[in-house]
Ligand binder design. Structure first.
Ligand code: C6P
Length: 411
């Protein structure tokens, strides 16, 4: 597989799961937007922690606790570097993108959004970047303003301008849509939102695994991501926030280690990030995420981006040649690393089940984006999403499997 930005054969050897078969066929894993597979470096980092230095962090003074704390805080530094954060204290470990977004909606939102204020988001959001804001708006009596995004052309900044005024306290958007494979112009949005004094929250669940993220260049205020989509473990994610904003926010969850001083009727709170990491944190998860980030940096995020995009473009073009296929989202040359599609009136779940019998794992459904599917006029789509271990042979397998599915349905 020459000519690809990433050495696919070498990378595949790093992922033990790729050695297994599914229904007697080579595993072709194209459900990476749901969760990625894990390199041995991540699995071994978890194994090392549990075998050699499993202990709670920031509490005890014994050797194991010291080693665990050091590894946990080193992971925070790795992630801060990965995102080009100004300082490691801007990285809060959460359970994932969903918790990170809820943290902002709850802690920042309830302290800063009042009745009559407005919250702006797009109509292509994942439910985890819709529901927390709806709950916030309902709790405080805020207005929700929705910016329509053209599935092919993208976000028209004039449409954004049309809803921005001094009542807008917050603008949030996905960096890359998990259905359309469309990238939104975060830096431009942030510039315009800041002109009216709004803070900008970025859902980077899909972009962080696919391209370099520089929070300072993006100019946003908060950014959320999930470790399990970034070749790391489940149960770990990140909320990055500008330090001044985090420092001014009340806590999200209350409990151990997020405090400065606890009295029987009142407490004061630790500085960020501890303020937002109540209770025993996700120690193994953070260490695993640190290893994942190191692995990706070894490959080079520019190369990862070029690789995923090249595959998605190839898949888009190849699927369009299958009679009856509709592909959703931007054209191949502007597409990030995933392709959602449908085949005639065949339900996406039936299509995905048939494709699975050929060893090809894709996702089907509304992908937690019901409003977007309403907009597309389909209840569900099938979606192939790409990662560093995928190659053109995987696209050939997908297209063969879709052709085979057509035959089953007599198309
Ligand atoms: N999308 C998908 O198959 P969590 O579940 O917290 O790790 O991530 C939530 C999330 C938020 N935003 C976007 C853009 C996402 O794509 C996701 C997760 C998965 O598309 C599971 S629904």
């Amino acid at each position: 597989m020459r000519g690809m930005p990433v050495d696919i054969e070498a990378v595949r050897r790093d992922f033990p799961i790729l050695a297994r078969q599914v229904h007697g066929k080579r595993l072709v894993y194209l459900d990476n937007a749901a969760t990625t597979q894990k390199p041995a470096a991540v699995i071994e980092a978890l194994d090392r922690y549990y075998r050699n230095y499993n202990a709670n962090v920031h509490r005890s003074v014994h050797k194991l606790a010291e080693e665990a704390t050091l590894a946990y805080e080193s992971a925070r530094q790795e992630v801060a570097r990965f995102l080009n954060a100004a300082r490691p204290e801007e990285v809060v470990f959460t359970s994932g993108t969903t918790e990170a977004l809820n943290l902002v909606a709850y802690a920042w939102g309830r302290a800063n959004v009042r009745a009559g204020d407005a919250i702006v988001y797009t109509d292509i959001e994942h439910h985890s970047n819709l529901v927390p804001w709806q709950l916030l708006a309902e709790a405080v009596g805020a207005e929700i303003r929705v910016v329509e995004v053209d599935p092919e052309a993208g976000l028209d900044l004039d449409r954004l301008e049309a809803v921005l005024d001094e009542r807008v306290r917050l603008v949030t958007l996905p960096h890359i849509s998990n259905v359309l494979g469309l990238e939104l112009p975060v830096a431009e949005v942030a510039r315009r939102a800041h002109q009216v004094g709004a803070v900008v929250v970025v859902d980077a669940a899909q972009s962080a695994p696919q391209q370099p993220i520089d929070v300072q260049a993006l100019g946003c205020d908060f950014l959320a991501l999930s470790g399990h989509k970034l070749y790391g473990p489940t149960g770990i994610g990140v909320l990055w926030g500008r330090y001044e904003l985090l420092a001014a926010m009340p806590p999200f969850l209350g409990g151990g280690e997020m405090i400065r001083r606890v009295g029987l009727t009142r407490s004061t709170f630790a500085d960020p990030p501890a303020r937002f990491e109540a209770g025993t944190p996700k120690i193994a998860g953070a260490i695993g995420l640190g290893a994942a980030v190191e692995y990706l940096e070894g490959l080079g995020m520019d190369r990862v981006a070029a690789h995923d995009r090249a595959l998605a473009a190839q898949a888009h073009e190849a699927l369009l040649e299958v009679p009856g296929v509709t592909v959703y989202g931007p054209p191949p040359d502007r597409r990030a690393g995933l392709v959602a599609f449908s085949l005639d009136d065949i339900h996406a779940h039936d299509l995905a089940s048939l494709v699975d019998t050929e060893g090809v794992a894709i996702r089907a459904g509304h992908h937690c984006c019901m409003p977007l599917h309403d907009r597309l006029g389909v209840p569900a789509t099938a979606r192939a999403s790409f990662a560093v271990y995928n190659g053109p042979d995987d696209i050939e397998a997908l297209v063969r499997a879709v052709h085979a599915a057509r035959k089953v349905f007599n198309r």
